[in-house]
Design a protein around this ligand. Structure first.
Ligand code: LLP
Length: 438
């Protein structure tokens, strides 16, 4: 992946930095991000639009990994930003991210979150439901402040890896149904509002998708709606946001397309529809999360105990687990790994990598082919950059790991390891009805 390599002494290096050194400096578990690879991915998307001469915004879906430093990197790479909560929005503003390039998502944004969006003057709110329309009307009228909006619609296309399903009505908690009149009703409620400026439509059909057909189908359905509104209401959308979901390679079983292929196919469909319906070409916005940061992240753990279940399997346990990567337990997600300090040795051993949490399901990899693992060795699990740290928890009161960025032989801490003091900082002593013991 990216700038990964093996040094002469057999150590895994990332961005020209020895991961064994990183473990010494920062401790484990540790997330290491290859910044060069993130830049490459970002530029891959942006350049594809540029080459095709299509106006676009590539918004980093920051739920994949959110912190001040990644927002600063995203700003540097001319990405826009998709945030889904007041917390992500607050972090983005703190990082100095240009507010006008922030898009705010969510199916139940609170009044406080929406007010924060107005007060910080973000670029766009992706409106999800009728309740939100009413809140936005009230807030914008009270503040007498304009807000650009997209309407999120569910086109009845849902993609999972290689397959997609199409339904007349999507059973989804998100968005206005495109096929049963909800989207039209939403349009009527926001069109001509003095402060809400409707830019266009948004959809997101799924995550970790390997085929382009689902995107094309969804794009076609949204373009048809744009054409209907032009005919019926003389209103023409200027933005079409087709969401994220571009797949990445976690293991050899995954065969994703190059990111630009997704973009090229989407644009082909949009252009066909522009011609067929005689529309103006809308701006195309996308929201990749996983495909920008997923394979740039590597988790480094220290191997501790081992257990043999005779004739069944050999476990090695690491100093993290489902608290820093819930994906194997939650989605049965698969990963590949290497013993980072023995990366040049043969993979002659099969281990199941267990975490240290008190749950039998806390296994990071089942039956991994690895080098001979001994206590004190370092295990690197690849492709943990998306939905790893961002879904981390303090389950079992385990502090969250540290995160470092590496690039061109240099490394920098961007999120400190949580301390035990951090864990108790919001705890208050019990004082209610205290029974005095005589
Ligand atoms: N836009 C919207 C509206 C989304 O809901 C999502 C992801 C994205 C963009 C970014 O999707 P991506 O490019 O990262 O696939 N926790 C799960 C993934 C949940 C994705 C939720 N929405 C996982 O670990 O696989």
């Amino acid at each position: 992946y990216g700038t990964q390599d093996i040094s002469k002494n057999g150590h895994l290096t990332i961005g020209g930095v020895d991961t064994v050194d990183l473990a010494k400096v920062y401790g484990t578990p540790l997330f290491v991000y290859d910044i060069d690879l993130i830049r490459k991915r970002a530029r891959g998307f942006i350049d594809t639009f540029r080459k095709l001469g299509v106006n676009a915004e590539v918004a980093y879906a920051s739920k994949a990994f959110s912190c001040i430093a990644i927002y600063q990197l995203a700003a540097e790479e001319h990405l826009s930003l998709d945030v889904v909560s007041g917390g992500e929005l607050y972090t983005a503003i703190k990082s100095g991210f240009p507010a006008e390039r922030i898009h705010f998502h969510g199916n139940n944004k609170s009044v406080a979150e929406l007010e924060l969006a107005f007060d910080t003057k973000i670029g766009c709110i992706v409106v999800d439901n009728f309740y939100e329309i009413e809140l936005l009307k009230q807030i914008s009228e009270t503040k007498q402040q304009p807000m650009r909006i997209l309407l999120r619609v569910t086109p009845g296309v849902e993609a999972h890896t290689h397959d997609f399903i199409t339904t007349g009505q999507a059973d989804s908690k998100f968005g206005f149904d495109l096929n049963n009149g909800q989207a039209d009703e939403a349009f009527k409620k926001v069109a001509n509002h003095p402060y809400l400026q409707l830019l266009g439509l948004h959809c997101h059909i799924g995550s970790q998708i390997f085929e382009t057909d689902g995107f094309s189908l969804a794009a076609g359905k949204l373009m048809k709606k744009i054409s209907d509104w032009k005919e019926e209401h003389q209103f023409e959308c200027t933005v079409l946001n087709l969401g994220g979901g571009f797949g990445i390679r976690y293991t050899n079983e995954d065969q994703p397309l190059e990111p630009q292929i997704y973009v090229e196919e989407m644009i082909k469909t949009v252009l066909e529809n522009v011609q067929a319906y005689k529309l103006s070409m809308p701006e195309i916005w996308i929201e990749p999360g996983r495909s920008l940061v997923g394979d740039a992240g590597t988790s480094i753990y220290t191997v501790g105990s081992q257990k043999e279940v005779p004739n069944v399997r050999q476990y090695i346990a690491v100093d993290g687990g489902m608290s820093d990567n819930i994906r194997p337990a939650l989605y049965d997600a698969k990963y590949e790994a290497v013993i980072a300090n023995k990366a040049n040795e043969q993979r002659d051993f099969t281990y199941t990598v267990a975490g240290k949490l008190c749950e039998s399901g806390d296994k990071l990899i089942v039956d991994a082919a690895l080098q001979n693992a001994e206590s004190g060795d370092l295990l690197a699990i690849f492709c943990t950059g998306a939905y790893g740290y961002s879904m981390a928890s303090n389950y079992n009161r385990i502090p969250r790991p540290a995160v470092v960025f590496v690039e061109s032989g240099e490394h920098q801490l961007v999120i400190q390891r949580e301390s035990y003091e951090d864990l108790v900082q919001n705890d208050l002593p019990f004082t209610l009805n205290k029974v005095s013991v005589k």
